[in-house]
Ligand binder design. Structure first.
Ligand code: COA
Length: 231
């Protein structure tokens, strides 16, 4: 448990440019507190103490402004930044290293019991105010733009924005960057190494072409000499 808490705090520190120390994360991050209380509430829920579980979740909501149903399944390294107004429904499932900003809803669109809330696979980023509704699957590493409304599955690595949300066809496999932005450093490095690779290919091709031209010249001059001596 303590290992998990330390892991969560370390990941928050790595993902929030505003975080200065683990101590600050332990004391001043409502998302961290909400997840901590959720782990307790979820344990109670699974053991059948439904009322106590909901009581803990209710207290967590008053304290943090974040409402997580104790039945929700939440993985490791999840980061709820700011968090105010965030709602996570009972049958929602959240993978590892997911990031959620304030005002996000992982909600249902049916009164039927059973699975009715979204599943977020690992490394998903959901922008502020986004509404993700229904038993849909948001694929690994997908990004959901701020204030989007998503009611359909999102493919792994895709970015969707708008109401209703549409794909920007911007599949990315890069690492986490706060606010769902492209990884400036990595993208730049990636772009540079891509360019360096292209330039290296060009050099190689140029060398091959130079050799070919040189040997063609040799053949040509040999033919010319032959022609002269013959003629
Ligand atoms: C969706 C998101 C991940 C896309 O990032 P990106 O790939 O870098 O996108 P860009 O900034 O290059 O924008 C590309 C286009 O999408 C549009 N766009 C970006 N985010 C949008 C959004 N949330 N809703 C609608 N359109 C959006 C841009 O206006 C731009 O449109 P254009 O091509 O017509 O000019 C990002 O904009 C986002 O919403 N991140 C969440 C940030 C957040 O919630 N921060 C809260 C911190 S407290």
């Amino acid at each position: 448990m303590f290992k998990l808490i330390r892991h969560d705090a370390a990941l928050i520190l790595a993902r929030d440019p505003a975080a200065r120390s683990k101590f600050e994360v332990y004391c001043l991050y409502p998302g961290f507190h909400a997840l901590l209380l959720h782990r307790g509430a979820h344990g109670l829920w699974r053991r059948g103490f439904k009322f106590s579980a909901r009581l803990v979740a209710y207290f967590a909501r008053i304290w943090t402004g974040i409402e997580i149903h104790p039945g929700a399944l939440i993985g490791r390294g999840v980061f709820i930044d700011h968090g105010t107004g965030l709602v996570i429904g009972e049958t929602a499932e959240i993978g590892d290293n997911v990031t959620l900003y304030q005002g996000v809803t992982l909600g249902g669109v049916t009164l039927n019991q059973g699975k009715r809330h979204p599943t977020l696979e690992n490394d998903v980023i959901v922008g502020a105010g986004a509404q993700v509704l229904g038993p849909i699957v948001i694929g690994r590493g997908a990004r959901i733009g701020a204030n989007s409304v998503v009611t359909r599955n999102v493919a792994a690595g895709d970015t969707v924005t708008g109401i209703p949300a549409h794909s920007k066809n911007a599949k990315r496999n890069d690492k986490f960057m706060a606010y769902g932005l492209p990884c400036d450093g990595d993208v730049t490095n990636g772009a540079v190494s891509h360019d360096v690779g292209l330039i290296a290919d060009c050099h190689e091709r140029l060398a091959v072409l130079s050799d070919e031209v040189a040997s063609l010249r040799q053949i040509l001059s040999a033919l010319e000499q032959k022609q002269r001596s013959g003629g």
